[in-house]
Design a protein around this ligand. Structure first.
Ligand code: ADP
Ligand code: GLC
Length: 485
């Protein structure tokens, strides 16, 4: 018998997505559902979900579950057969902005309550007398937003739990008053409870109390146990190392398939790689760049934040016209970095084009039209764009960290042995990034070598089949063995 699972998430593509968690929360449950797992996805009923599922019907009324938590309801819906549970609480979720930020870009002031409710309800469904009449064998939570659920399950009893860390830099820290407001016992205020540097941390609570821990690549699972990458949580992760696994994310190979991608000017495959050139000229035209074939075109699609290391690119990008190379950037985030890229494009209008915003269609066209994709991330738990790039024959240039190190093989490495599919940046300085750009543009000019790198990249399998098996094994472990330290 496969264990039944409640999968808890704060975002889910295509309706609500700020980054890779949204993609994973759509594709992993769908893949587990296909594999026969009785899985239901619990997510706040944001306006986009209410609009997408107008016929969702009430399946449970939830009374107030803690002093500061309002009553709520659960609505049931299905997405391609996958059961969704929409946590309906208009006072907390019906508002403009994204799941975490208001329209002006500041944190919603009541995030502790919003995600406290999500965690509290998740735990309630994993306990005897679940208001659904269905009780999962495992409660699987993701990141800090549902990280408090394992703490409730620990103090009150209930199903075993799994927490997956998608990004340890976001920890969900709030004041001491949150403890009572969310109905946790005072005894939880301990270093081996939910207390973390005199605050309540949702993520720490999850890492402390979940039966099993996972993160989204084997390398990141090792990295977060070090001071540099652990953002203060390394000692706890080392303590719980026996319960921690690294499972590499998959990608949605249906929507990210260059042979059938409706967003592309010209679909192509490993057999018809020449078709990729038409996507390059279409992208140049769309972005207002000269349509030239004599220089490489680099692509970037990213949140513009310190994590992604794009300040390193800004520091060297004035050299691109002389290389020569073109650059297309799609992203949004830090206002300074947005302004920096817009100014760069203004200085070099024939070599650099920048779009600030979130644009799914353009993202597909950049993956197809660029020659090479840039991801100089300082840390990258998994990263999805490098896998999209590999699948689209657009060799990525990456820092060898987290999932980037697990998916990209440097084509000049002696160990690559004809499997090279991209480029590692040798260091974390602007100079190191610049050397890589020079190396890429040199190798790009050797068209048969380049085509070989593209073929190596396109042959890889990044479907969810294998990761789904690993998650099932993890659920089994969680249900059959005791809490490991
Ligand atoms: P992270 O979750 O850290 O942002 P990932 O590489 O895991 O990084 O996932 C990012 C996801 O968000 C990818 O699906 C990527 O295509 C998408 N994305 C990021 N920025 C944009 C943007 N400006 N427009 C469209 N898609 C974007
Ligand atoms: C996070 C990470 C990213 C990862 C994604 C999905 O947002 O920053 O590296 O791919 O989660 O797991």
């Amino acid at each position: 018998m496969l264990p039944s699972v409640l999968f808890v998430t704060s975002e889910m593509a295509p309706w609500v997505k700020t980054g890779g968690l949204g993609d994973v929360a759509a594709a992993l449950p769908a893949s587990l559902h296909q594999a026969g797992v009785d899985i239901r996805v619990l997510i706040p009923c944001y306006p986009a979900l209410r609009a997408a599922f107008p016929d969702a019907c009430t399946v449970a009324e939830l009374p107030s579950l803690a002093p500061a938590l309002p009553p709520a309801r659960l609505l049931a819906a299905r997405s391609d057969g996958l059961p969704l549970l929409l946590l309906d609480c208009p006072a907390l979720f019906e508002r403009p902005g994204n799941p975490y930020l208001d329209a002006s870009g500041a944190d919603h002031p009541d995030n502790a309550l919003r995600f406290g409710l999500l965690s509290r309800v998740a735990a309630r469904l994993g306990q005897r007398g679940s208001p659904l009449g269905w009780q999962p064998d495992v409660v699987h939570v993701n990141d800090w937003q549902s990280g408090l659920a394992p703490a409730y399950l620990h103090y009150e009893g209930g199903a075993p739990s799994v927490i997956t860390v998608h990004n340890i830099a976001f920890q969900g820290c709030f004041g001491h008053d949150t403890l009572a407001a969310l109905g946790l016992p005072e005894q939880a205020w301990r270093f081996d409870g939910v207390e973390y540097y005199k605050q309540l941390s949702f993520l720490k609570a999850g890492l402390q109390f979940a039966t099993r821990l996972s993160t989204v690549s084997p390398t990141y699972a090792r990295e977060i146990q070090t001071e540099h990458f652990g953002y203060g949580l390394a000692p706890l992760l080392r303590y719980r190392a026996a319960a921690l696994r690294g499972i590499l994310n998959g990608i949605d190979t249906t929507s990210w398939n260059p042979a059938t991608d409706a967003a592309l000017h010209q679909p192509y495959s490993i057999e018809t790689l020449a078709g990729k050139a038409l996507n390059k000229s279409a992208l140049q035209a769309q972005m207002g760049l000269p349509i030239v074939g004599d220089r490489p075109l680099f692509g970037v699609i990213s949140r513009l934040t310190h994590q992604k290391g794009l300040d390193l690119l800004l520091a060297v990008a004035d050299g691109l016209p002389a290389l020569p190379a073109q650059l297309v950037v799609l992203g949004s985030g830090d206002k300074d970095m947005e302004a920096g890229f817009l100014a760069l494009a203004q200085r070099h209008p024939t070599h650099v084009a920048v779009r600030i915003g979130f644009d799914e269609t353009l993202a597909h066209r950049i993956e197809a039209g660029a020659d090479s994709f840039l991801m100089p991330s300082r840390f990258e738990p998994c990263g999805l764009n490098q896998m999209y790039s590999l699948r689209y024959g657009t060799p990525p240039v990456v820092r060898a960290t987290g999932g980037l190190a697990d998916t990209v093989v440097d084509c000049d490495s002696p160990l690559a042995d004809d499997h090279g599919n991209g480029f590692w940046i040798d260091g974390d300085s602007p100079h190191a990034l610049w050397s890589s750009l020079e190396r890429v543009s040199h190798i790009w000019r050797d068209s048969s070598r380049w085509a070989q790198i593209q073929r190596n990249a396109m042959r890889q399998d990044f479907s969810w089949k294998q990761p789904a098996k690993e998650y099932i094994a993890l659920y089994r472990e969680a249900t059959t063995s005791a809490e490991l330290q």
